[in-house]
Design a protein around this ligand. Structure first.
Ligand code: BGP
Length: 477
């Protein structure tokens, strides 16, 4: 038994995303989305960075989002498994292009609306709260073609129309919403975060920060509409979080680490505090960036801040200003973090830092003084199915046990946390690599990186472990 005590009603569950789970990428009127243009292999990374020269899938390439794990047709079976684990909440995203196939259609696609009606009904029937991400990396391709995606102010109104449509349709079923998944990813993977494709000579930083402004205004308009249409709902932002450690106590390193964190906090400072912080204004000036704003923007941002801070935590980061250190230590994940010699790494080189989870939660709560919602945490690992049709994923149990324990410590520090939806409760397509091999689930899905497999589902050892965690409200880890 542990001495952890989670509040009654703590939202234990899991998180998936439409583009990584549903498949059926053109079914019943759905339009093509940016993620449908991401093949597996080395091309993927370059396209995610915004270097893409064709807005239609290449012949002969494998696009994992096209079928994913066919959640679109199998969601009832999967929800029954989540209910067997005792889930209180399931975070899903709505695919914008199922509702508005081109993003700027005059009226919504009823078949798309009906699919999510059926999905939310199934969740509610099983006592599972839907927690809905409005945009999780999938921009309708037509919006890229017609407007250049989020660099164009037009998307603000189109997003507001999309948000109002789903709020009105699902207001009796969905009480937890969030606007943009990992909104800070726009700076690191611009095609994924905001559908930004760059041409030769583009001023990328200018385009990215103008697109960020459009998303921030769109997010504020969604908050406004949500509060008007579903007064008892909570709507949050969503940040790819993870504190940055200075490599030494050299003030240069410490300042660099603060600036590294501020690059991500920039978005949440505006979504949660309602205005551009001074350091952002200095950054724009220092980099000759001019962000075009409209008359109403300042008031919108100020008056429509989020109800909670949603965030993903996988690992902490580290940084240095010493060229020698930077030269000798390989860089880590998309944030350009350097390796931390005090910590282990996953098979994909992601630092494993449970204490950093407690630190990050404290840092976010200190900064925003709003409830937090852990909407992603988990370990991507290579899982082997045993002859008994299960997976002995002790490494995943160990990772999750340690992180949940540190989340409990953060709550004892006074940090208010609404819930914990671990990432990928069922194996789904990896966002960064497009691989099925990078598995996060309590449930194994028989499908490999090339798309072969029966898609059958198998319970891993962690399925029973997490079931117990939820049953005991975190007492038994
Ligand atoms: C976050 C995304 C998720 C999920 C997660 C794990 O960036 O919000 O979509 O993919 O990362 O990353 P990966 O799937 O690349 O292992």
């Amino acid at each position: 038994m542990s001495n952890l005590s989670f509040p009654k009603g703590f939202l234990w569950g899991g998180a998936i995303a439409a583009n990584q789970a549903e498949g059926a990428y053109l079914a019943n009127g759905k339009g093509l989305t940016t993620v449908d243009l991401l093949p597996t292999g080395e091309k993927r990374w370059d396209i995610m960075k915004g270097n893409i020269d064709s807005l239609s899938p290449f012949e002969g390439e494998f696009y994992p989002s096209h079928e994913a794990i066919d959640f679109y047709h199998r969601y009832k079976e999967d929800i029954a498994l989540f209910a067997e684990m005792g889930f209180k909440a399931l975070r899903v995203s709505i695919a914008w292009a199922r509702i508005f196939p081109n993003g700027d259609d005059k009226s919504p696609n009823e078949a798309g609306l009906q699919f999510y009606d059926d999905l939310f009904n199934e969740l509610v029937k099983n006592g599972i709260q839907p927690v809905v991400t409005i945009a999780h990396f999938d921009v309708p391709v037509h919006l890229v073609e017609a407007y250049g995606s989020w660099r164009n102010r037009k998307l603000v109104h189109l997003f507001e129309t999309y948000a109002k449509t789903i709020f009105k349709r699902y207001k009796d079923k969905v009480k937890y919403w969030m606007t943009f998944n990992e909104i800070n990813m726009l700076l690191h993977l611009p095609f994924v975060g905001a559908g930004l494709a760059f041409k030769e000579g583009d001023n990328k930083k200018q385009i990215q920060y103008q697109a960020a402004h459009h998303q921030l205004v769109a997010s504020a308009l969604a908050v406004k509409a949500c509060h008007e249409i579903i007064p008892n709902a909570k709507i949050g932002c969503m940040l790819a979080a993870g504190s940055t450690y200075p490599y030494t106590c050299n003030p240069e390193d410490v300042f660099e680490a603060m600036e590294n964190d501020r690059e991500s906090f920039f978005f949440i400072d505006i979504q949660a505090r309602g205005e551009y912080p001074g350091y952002a204004k200095r950054f724009f000036k220092d980099h000759n960036l001019t962000i075009e704003m409209e008359q109403e923007d300042e008031a919108l941002l100020k008056n429509h801040t989020v109800d909670y801070i949603g965030f993903s935590y996988y690992s902490s980061r580290a940084t240095s200003t010493d060229p020698e250190v930077l030269k000798n230590i390989t860089s880590g994940n998309v944030f350009g973090s350097i390796e931390n010699p005090y910590l282990e790494k996953s098979e994909w080189g992601w630092t494993i830092d449970p204490k950093g989870f407690r630190l990050t939660a404290n840092q976010l709560y200190d900064r925003y003084q709003k409830p937090l919602f852990v909407v992603e945490n988990g370990l991507g690992a290579v899982d082997e199915l045993t002859p008994e049709w299960t997976v002995n994923d002790d490494c995943r149990i160990d990772y999750l046990k340690k992180h949940i324990a540190q989340m409990a410590e953060a709550m004892k520090d006074g940090v208010e946390i609404i819930g914990y939806t671990s990432w990928g409760p069922i194996d789904i397509v990896s966002a960064s690599t497009g691989e099925m091999k990078k598995r996060y689930g309590y449930i194994y899905v028989d499908k490999d990186n090339e798309g072969n497999g029966s898609l059958k589902r198998y319970k891993k050892k962690s399925f029973y472990w997490y079931k117990k965690v939820i049953e005991t409200n975190g007492e038994s880890l």
